[in-house]
Unconditional design. Structure first.
Length: 472
C-alpha cells in the first residue's frame, strides 16, 4: 500500500483512556504484529462547533495509520477556518499524501530528516526536483505542481512554529527564504506595495498570456458569449426541459451571480407576489449570515429585475417546485433552497448548512453537494446540442457571469459610446459584479476596444504577409 487520503464522515475530538466506561468506545487494531487497544470518549466540550468537522480529510501512511503531523495541521486549519474543510483541505490533504508517498517509495527518507549538509539531498529539495520532472514529462500541470509544493511548505512552516508540540528542529533549513515585493491595485485602483516571504522551492510557471486570447480574467478565464450564442443557448435549454438549470442560466445571465450564489438562493425570497414588492429592482442580500454563498464570503447585493423575478416566482410557487420541497427535510421553510433535485437535495449546499452539521447529532446520509452535477449537465447535455449548430462552441457556467458584464457594458454604451470610459461606469459595474479590484472591472470596459484592435491588427498583418509572399 501507498500513502493515501480518506475522508471521514465526521471528525470529533475525543479523549483517550486505558479503561472501559459506559460513555467510552473501544478501539482495537494491530500494528506491526502488536495488538493495540484503548477507549475513547467524547470530550463533551461546549465548544463542539470548533471540535466537530464533517467530511474531514485524513492523510494515511502506507500501513493505514494517520500521518500525525499532516493530520494535526489539517485539524489546525479546520479550526481556524471551519468552512474550508469540504473544499480547500481536501486538496491540501491530497498534496500531502503525494509528498508522503514520495518520501516512502522514491527516496525512502523520513519527513523530518534534514541532516544532509548538501541542501539538494534534503527531502524538500528532492521533492521539488521530483515535481519538476513530473511537469516536464507532462504528467501534471504547473499549477498542480505549485499546489503540491506549497502544501509541503505550509506543513513545515507550521511544524516550525509548533516546535514545542512536535519537537521539529531540523538540523539544516528546509529551504532558503527571501522577501519579495510586488505591486497591486486596491479597490480604488491605487497602487500598493505588498511584501511576501518566498522560498527557493517555489515552482516557476513559465506560461505567458495568449495575445489572441478573447477571454476575460475574472477569478478565472471567462469568455463572454456573443448574442447569437446566447440566443441558441436559451433555445437549447428550453429544448432540454430542465427548468432548474434553465432558470439558473437566466439568473447568471441577468445578475452576474456565480454558481455558488445562484444555487444557494432561498425559495422564500421569491414566494411574494411581484405586486407586493415596493421597489424594483429587488436587492437580495448575499454572503455570511444570509445562507447565500459568495466568493470570498463577501457581503453584497444581488440585483434582480422584475421580469426575472416574475419567472422565479412562478417557478417557486409551482406544484413542480413544491413536490421537490416536500422531499426535502426543510419542506416549506422559507430558508429551503429555490432549486432542489427531484430527490429534494440541494444542487449546491451552502457553507452555512455544511458547518451546521457540526452541531447536529443526525447521521450523514450523503456528501455535501458543490454543484458538480451542474458542470456535468452543461458538458454532457448542453454542449452536444449546441455543437450541432455551432461545432466550435464551448463554455462553462461561469462564462455566463462574463456575458452579463459585457451585456451590461454594451447596453450602457449603446446610446452613449463614451460611457465605458467614465469613472461612473467603472464604479457601477464594479459594484454589480462584486469586484474587489477596479482593474478587474476595467477588463470588461475595455474588452470591445481591445478585441477590435486585436482583430484589426491580426487581419492587417496577415494581408500584408500574403502580399509579401505573392510578390516574392
Amino acid at each position: 500500500m501507498a500513502a493515501s487520503t480518506r475522508t471521514l464522515p465526521i471528525l470529533r475530538h475525543t479523549r483517550v483512556s486505558d479503561g472501559p466506561a459506559p460513555t467510552r468506545l473501544l478501539v482495537e487494531y494491530q500494528k506491526n504484529g502488536r495488538r493495540i487497544k484503548y477507549w475513547r470518549e467524547l470530550t463533551g466540550s461546549r465548544l463542539v462547533k470548533w471540535d466537530t468537522f464533517p467530511l474531514f480529510p485524513a492523510v494515511l501512511c502506507a500501513d493505514g495509520s494517520p500521518w500525525a503531523p499532516a493530520c494535526m495541521w489539517l485539524l489546525e486549519r479546520a479550526r481556524a477556518k471551519p468552512q474550508s474543510v469540504a473544499t480547500t483541505l481536501v486538496s491540501i490533504a491530497h498534496s500531502l499524501a503525494c509528498y508522503l508517498e514520495f518520501l516512502d517509495e522514491v527516496i525512502g527518507q523520513p519527513w523530518d530528516d534534514f541532516s544532509s549538509v548538501d541542501k539538494y539531498t534534503r527531502p524538500t529539495y528532492l521533492y521539488k526536483s521530483h515535481i519538476e520532472d513530473l511537469i516536464n514529462a507532462g504528467e501534471i500541470a504547473h499549477s498542480t505542481g505549485a499546489k503540491r509544493m506549497n502544501a509541503v511548505i505550509g506543513l513545515y512552516r507550521w511544524l516550525t512554529d509548533e516546535e514545542r508540540r512536535f519537537g521539529f528542529k531540523p538540523a539544516n533549513p528546509p529551504w532558503i527564504e527571501r522577501k519579495v515585493s510586488f505591486e497591486i491595485r486596491n479597490t480604488q485602483g491605487l497602487k500598493q506595495t505588498v511584501d511576501v516571504q518566498s522560498t527557493d522551492l517555489s515552482i516557476k510557471n513559465p506560461s505567458r498570456e495568449d495575445a489572441l486570447d478573447t477571454r476575460i480574467s475574472d477569478g478565472e478565464k471567462l469568455r463572454p458569449l456573443p448574442q447569437d450564442e446566447q440566443r441558441l443557448l436559451i433555445a437549447v435549454l428550453r429544448q432540454l426541459g430542465n427548468r432548474e438549470v434553465e432558470l439558473a442560466h437566466y439568473i447568471a445571465l441577468d445578475t452576474g451571480g456565480r454558481k455558488q450564489t445562484v444555487f444557494t438562493l432561498r425559495w422564500g425570497i421569491f414566494s411574494r407576489k411581484p405586486g407586493e414588492i415596493s421597489q424594483w429592482p429587488l436587492k437580495i442580500a448575499c454572503g455570511p449570515g444570509t445562507g447565500i454563498d459568495t466568493k470570498g464570503n463577501v457581503n453584497a447585493n444581488l440585483v434582480v429585475h422584475r421580469p426575472l423575478y416574475e419567472l422565479l416566482h412562478v417557478y417557486a410557487t409551482s406544484p413542480h417546485a413544491q413536490i421537490r420541497r416536500e422531499r426535502s427535510p426543510l419542506r416549506e421553510a422559507p430558508i429551503n433552497y429555490l432549486f432542489l433535485t427531484s430527490q429534494g437535495n440541494p444542487y449546491y449546499e451552502s457553507k452555512a448548512d455544511v458547518v451546521s452539521r457540526r452541531e447536529s447529532s443526525k447521521k450523514r446520509t450523503r456528501n455535501a453537494s458543490k454543484g458538480n452535477w451542474i458542470n456535468t449537465f452543461c458538458q454532457t447535455r448542453v454542449l452536444p446540442l449546441m455543437r450541432q449548430t455551432m461545432p466550435q462552441f464551448d463554455y462553462i457556467f461561469h462564462d455566463l457571469r462574463a456575458t452579463f458584464g459585457m451585456n451590461w457594458v454594451d447596453h450602457q454604451t449603446a446610446n452613449d459610446p463614451s460611457y465605458a470610459a467614465g469613472a461612473r461606469a467603472r464604479e457601477d459595474l464594479r459594484k454589480l459584479m462584486w469586484h474587489s479590484r477596479a482593474t478587474t472591472t476595467d477588463r470588461y470596459l475595455e474588452y470591445r476596444d481591445n478585441l477590435r484592435h486585436l482583430e484589426a491588427a491580426e487581419a492587417s498583418w496577415s494581408n500584408r504577409l500574403i502580399e509579401l509572399i505573392r510578390g516574392a
